[in-house]
Design a protein around this ligand. Structure first.
Ligand code: BGC
Length: 435
């Protein structure tokens, strides 16, 4: 199980159409996307039909707090788009919540299709390119209770949902991602600090409680169980979803994002090739007809003979002990392009930092590493920072801060941090060299 494991803590359990205001032609497409990202469950609030919402509520739960109102972005999404624009960015990545579109199996909500279509159209009107994720970890509760990605018709169920979304709003999208980091849980067994047996037992108890609350004998989700058997369902779902989206709009760039640290070999007998094959291989194998690969990088990982090993002595560290290496993302995009031959979009890159000065220092170094890769010939189409807002960081709740913008937990007031201006300056200047 992984609840979105990164940085040592366990994360979630374990050109064509013309749209209002902005014609989407090759000529009007921004040459490079400078953006910020969110995900529905982490910012919208009250995503009550989602599997993870239920896991936050049951007893026992491993969530330190429930998502509740989150950032109230379900109501304040226009403010969020306005922030993106005011900062000088030209792209907003957000996700559609499957459980709002299909709260019960086979019952589709026109009102929520309209809601997300309005978001897409509004981005366009504001000159912001919408990059839309169709699955950012959360699935409908009914889907988990029926067996999640292990059920035979999971790929068809996901593709049917993607078809509805694509027909409602693909015309206005800039790029679409089927899945967000479906490979994340596979990396767990390679981790320096794998989850303890006690934590695994807690997750199992929580998942059992969710099954019981759903009147089922199962409750299956990628980040809450043994990931291996779920991967065939997910990769098949990606392929079917891609077909459905293409049928709705043939020229929309389609991809999937992977958790891609900068993996480096330690020692002549490093297991790095085994790790790459195990954690990325199954997804690279189904990307042949994708238009781009989404890269999400937060760190460098050192791969020893069996698994990860600690960074070498003398490595620059942050106050919390994590390595200071913003250039990891540049190496990750080089690897992703080499492995797939595809253009790359950085769909997430960021830093957990309660001291925003760290983020302000991180951004120019990270972007410069991507620019260096581009100078060396790697086709990179955008840099999207995680995250626009301080938001619900899965099992760790609201304490971790990844946002360019602070959010008051009571009033939901948004306050851009100095790091947001740093990224905005780079975006306006078209790169770090001119910023
Ligand atoms: C996920 C986000 C998460 C971020 C920071 C990424 O793995 O896509 O949902 O908030 O990392 O942990």
């Amino acid at each position: 199980m992984t609840m979105i494991d990164r940085r040592g803590a366990i994360g979630v359990l374990a050109g064509g159409a013309a749209v209002a205001g902005l014609p989407v032609t090759a000529a009007s497409k921004p040459a490079f996307l400078w953006g910020a990202a969110t995900a529905g469950h982490q910012v919208e609030g009250n995503n009550v039909n989602a599997d993870i919402w239920l896991l936050e509520q049951v007893k026992p739960t491993i969530f330190v707090e429930p998502s509740g109102d989150a950032c109230d972005s379900l109501n304040r999404w226009r403010e969020d788009v306005a922030l993106v624009k005011a900062l000088g960015l030209n792209s907003y990545r957000f996700s559609v919540e499957w459980s709002r579109i299909e709260p019960a199996r086979g019952q589709f909500s026109q009102a929520y299709l309209d809601h997300y279509a309005r978001m897409v159209a509004h981005c366009r009107e504001q000159g912001i390119a919408p990059v839309v994720t169709l699955n950012h970890f959360t699935c409908p509760r009914w889907f988990a209770a029926a067996g999640g990605w292990l059920q035979q018709d999971a790929p068809d169920l996901f593709a049917r949902y993607c078809d509805k979304v694509a027909r409602a709003m693909a015309a206005g999208m800039s790029h679409v991602l089927t899945f967000n980091e479906p490979n994340g849980p596979l990396a767990e067994s390679w981790s320096l600090n794998p989850p303890s047996a006690a934590l695994r037992a807690q997750v199992a108890a929580s998942v059992a409680a969710a099954a019981k609350a759903s009147g089922s004998d199962r409750f299956s989700l990628l980040n809450g169980g043994d990931p291996e058997p779920m991967i065939p369902g997910i990769t098949a779902a990606h392929v079917k979803a891609r077909e459905a989206i293409r049928a709705a709009r043939g020229d929309l760039p389609i991809g999937m994002s992977l958790a891609l640290p900068d993996d480096v070999a330690v020692g002549a007998d490093s297991a790095i090739e085994r790790k790459l094959a195990a954690v990325y291989g199954p997804f690279f194998a189904v990307m042949d007809k994708d238009d781009f690969v989404g890269v999400q990088t937060y760190e460098r990982r050192y791969i020893g003979r069996e698994r990860e090993v600690p960074p070498p002595p003398g490595t620059p560290r942050r106050a919390n002990g994590a390595e200071w290496f913003p250039a990891a993302v540049g190496n990750a995009v080089r690897y992703a392009h080499k492995a797939t031959g595809k253009p790359v979009m950085v769909t997430e890159n960021g830093i957990e930092a309660s001291d925003d000065a760290d983020r302000a220092r991180f951004i120019p170094e990270a972007v410069a590493s991507v620019e260096a890769a581009m100078r060396d010939g790697v086709p990179v189409t955008g840099y999207i920072h995680w995250s626009l807002l301080d938001n619900f960081e899965w099992i760790r709740g609201y304490a971790p801060k990844f946002g360019l913008v602070a959010v008051d937990r009571t009033t939901f007031k948004r306050t851009p941090k100095p790091s947001a201006q740093v990224l905005g300056r780079i975006a306006r200047a078209g790169g770090t060299r001119r910023a």
